[in-house]
Design a protein around this ligand. Structure first.
Ligand code: ADP
Ligand code: ZN
Length: 727
């Protein structure tokens, strides 16, 4: 630390607040802090946890400073992580304090977990021996320390037997350290026999992980080609080198199967990290990652902010997945930030996908990323045959949503004792309810969206803010009874149709709002994998990564669903989602079929999927992006202005528009009312900033915000660099 006066040192401390820079605190005499130390400091009337940051402390009068209250007994946040926080703050235009807050999510873990009291055998023999006592002494003979209850359990005696022995001096009390959350992985535990293709791919990844320098490799392999097996070899290489590994997964529901698979390869599970962990486990994982006890973490995007001691590899599985984008407080894309983290830490990053993002494809094509291909499925399993069903020619019966062609194939699949999956990316029963008499539509009172009927729960629900109400019997507008109609299908309604058509089949509906949460979901997924269901109806949740051995038919109920909106990634997203979904079929070598119900069978996306010609699709999509200077050939930033009244939001957005700096290479579109004009009672307007590839879009937005109107009243402004959503 730099000294300001012979009597007082000071340190910059980043506090978890929307502060633009670190605040300066006095370091009391005798207290030792270094950059990265986690400390407790006074902030207004409160005490908060913060991180000692880098940089010189300006000369300040010592008596004006408030002192650091406490230094936690915790490994300091390392240099690379601090650079990472600074980088994200700069790039996303987020105050660094808010980014640092993501590092500080396990406050109970800042102090070490207390050691627990244990018992250890002494040389003293008890004066009277019983059979129970003999068993205890035999069990504890190895010199290991035991907990009282652990020893009693292992020896099959009651705890009072242990107490008796202790009273006699046969055991003494020792302190034992907290147990690791997971056992250490063994890189040589059970290496799979790889196919020649896989071995070549693994060799490339292994080499880059061993070299331990920065580099990004795109692992592009069709569904079921063994990408996981292959990147496990990179994980093994990093572990061999004594480095920690982070594996990012897009979906908690996928974690369980992944953990087991990891365990069969490495003999122990990785630590998991996501929002659904019990608080105690969460703290242990955080602490043990910092201390280096945990070697591998499999987790959601927030795992990027764990305080790794010696991180040496990041794998981003399903790298194209939109779930990697966080659109709340700090707007960041975990896939892109993983690459930044690798660059800062000088270690390799692997991006794996069967349907890579256009951005990663272009990076690989242009040589910035390496590329490893796995063009065929493991064990000669063929990819499903894909066909579109032209819904204009083979329409469903009145009131139904499944074409007779799809129903016929489902029947055949059922007869063969195999499984079908119907995919529809819509939760609930029906996306709109209206009154047949007066035309009243049920909308959310605080969002500009229709309420979705959830028939199992008897509710109308807003999917944006969670507002829900009981489905009434009468129209609230005209009062007519029993004339409300459901418009359009959700998964529940498809299930109804399936049950009516195949009453003897075992049908399961899966979506993220399943009663019973992640646990129930996991059980249902296991049940499907075990063959305990004939027909599965699900949202995008079932599209990702799962291995259902007996599934040979996939029907996409509405393949056009994602194509209609004005999103520049609509075609890419639809292609990815539909390829992933149909990729659930035929993973174990049985003949399989994927059917897409569509009203536009000639749409390029449908044709690309049906023909299986992914290369042609990407080529066309990349050319299209290049022509329109859209990412990755150009840059985008979204500005979202919201307020309690429409006038306030609009006035502020217009004020920002007027504050646009001079720039020949950057254009501003809008403000326009957002497609989701009202969310949670807040009115929303959007501006879109469109620049060239090398444009300083952050500098532009920064000046715009600085020169624009001051934030007043209920107005809030969010900046979304590289936006994925345009709603
Ligand atoms: P992807 O991630 O590309 O979809 P996976 O890694 O999940 O593919 O592999 C698909 C299936 O094939 C899994 O059940 C996996 O266990 C199996 N598999 C892949 N490669 C091998 C191999 N070399 N040896 C044994 N099983 C393999
Ligand atoms: Zn709402």
């Amino acid at each position: 630390m730099k000294e300001d006066s012979p009597f007082m040192t000071a340190a910059p401390v980043l506090v978890p607040m929307p502060a633009e820079r670190a605040y300066t605190y006095a370091v009391p005499e005798g207290m030792l802090v270094v950059p990265g130390s986690i400390v407790r400091v006074p902030l207004g009337p409160r005490l908060v946890a913060g991180v000692v940051w880098d940089g010189a402390v300006e000369r300040v009068e010592a008596k004006k400073l408030r002192p650091i209250d406490h230094v936690f007994d915790c490994p300091p946040i390392d240099h690379d992580m601090r650079r990472f926080v600074d980088w994200i703050a700069q790039y996303t235009l987020t105050p660094p304090g808010l980014v640092a807050r993501m590092l500080l999510r396990a406050p109970e873990a800042f102090d070490p977990e207390p050691w627990i009291e244990g018992l250890q055998r002494t040389a003293i023999a008890p004066d009277r021996m019983t059979a129970a006592r003999a068993r205890v002494l035999e069990t504890a003979d190895g010199g290991l320390a035991w907990t009282r209850s652990g020893l009693a359990h292992a020896a099959g005696v009651s705890s009072t037997v242990i107490d008796g022995l202790k009273a006699q001096g046969a055991f003494e009390t020792v302190m034992i350290p907290p147990r690791p959350v997971v056992a250490p992985p063994d890189p040589t535990y059970a290496r799979s026999e790889l196919t020649p293709d896989q071995a070549a791919a693994a060799e490339t990844l292994h080499a880059s992980a061993s070299a331990g320098a920065f580099g990004v490799t795109l692992l592009d392999g069709v569904t079921g080609s063994g990408k996981t097996e292959v990147y496990f070899e990179a994980v093994a290489a990093a572990l061999d080198k004594g480095r920690q590994v982070l594996i990012l997964l897009p979906e908690i529901a996928l974690t369980h199967a992944f953990l087991e698979r990891f365990q069969s390869r490495f003999g122990a599970k990785p630590a998991e990290w996501h929002s659904d962990l019990a608080p105690k486990t969460r703290e242990r994982v955080w602490r043990q990652v910092a201390e280096g006890t945990v070697r591998v973490v499999a987790g959601a995007r927030s795992a990027l902010f764990l305080p790794f001691k010696e991180l040496g590899l990041i794998v981003v599985d399903e790298e194209h997945d939109p779930a990697y984008k966080q659109e709340d407080r700090v707007f960041y894309n975990a896939r892109d930030m993983a690459v930044v983290r690798g660059h800062i830490g000088a270690f390799p990053v692997v991006l794996a996908s069967a349907t890579p993002s256009v951005e990663s494809q272009v990076n690989a094509n242009q040589g910035r990323y390496g590329r490893v291909d796995l063009p065929t499925r493991f064990a000669e399993a063929a990819l499903p045959t894909l066909r579109s069903i032209d819904m204009r020619r083979a329409p469903p019966p009145r009131g139904g949503f499944l074409s007779p062609l799809l129903v016929a194939e489902m029947g055949k699949t059922l007869e063969k004792g195999e499984q079908s999956l119907l995919f529809l990316n819509r939760r609930g029963y029906a996306p709109l309810t209206l009154c047949r008499v007066c035309g009243h539509r049920f909308g959310c009172p605080v969002c500009s969206s229709w309420l979705v009927e959830h028939r199992f729960r008897g509710q109308l629900v807003c999917h944006h803010c969670g507002h829900n109400e009981k489905r009434p019997d009468a129209c609230p507008e005209c009062g007519t009874f029993d004339h409300l109609v459901a418009c359009g299908p959700g998964v529940e309604r498809i299930a109804e149709e399936v049950v009516a058509t195949f009453p003897e089949a075992r049908t399961i509906v899966l979506s993220s709002d399943l009663v019973g949460g992640v646990r129930r979901l996991r059980l249902e997924l296991e049940a499907i994998a075990n063959g305990d269901a004939d027909i599965v109806i699900g949202t995008q949740l079932v599209a990702k990564g799962h291995n259902f051995p007996n599934m040979t038919l996939v029907g996409v109920v509405d393949a056009d669903l994602g194509l209609a909106n004005g999103d520049p990634r609509a075609a890419e997203r639809t292609f990815q989602l539909l390829s992933q979904v149909t990729g659930r079929a035929g993973r174990t070598g049985k003949k399989s079929l994927g059917l897409l119900q569509t009203y536009q069978p000639d749409h390029p996306v449908m044709k690309a999927i049906v023909s299986g010609d992914a290369a042609a699709f990407y080529e066309r999509e990349i050319a299209e992006r290049e022509r329109a200077a859209l990412p990755p050939f150009g840059r985008l930033a979204g500005i979202i202005v919201s307020a309690e009244t429409r006038q306030e939001a609009e006035a502020h957005a217009r004020g920002l528009r007027r504050a646009v700096p001079e720039a020949s290479d950057i254009f501003v579109l809008g403000p326009a009312e957002a497609p989701l004009a009202l969310v949670g009672g807040r009115h929303r307007f959007r501006l879109l900033i469109h620049g060239e590839k090398r444009s300083d879009i952050q500098g532009f937005v920064r000046r715009m915000l600085a020169d624009g109107p001051k934030l007043r009243g209920s107005v809030r402004v969010s900046v979304d660099i590289d936006p994925q959503s345009f709603l």
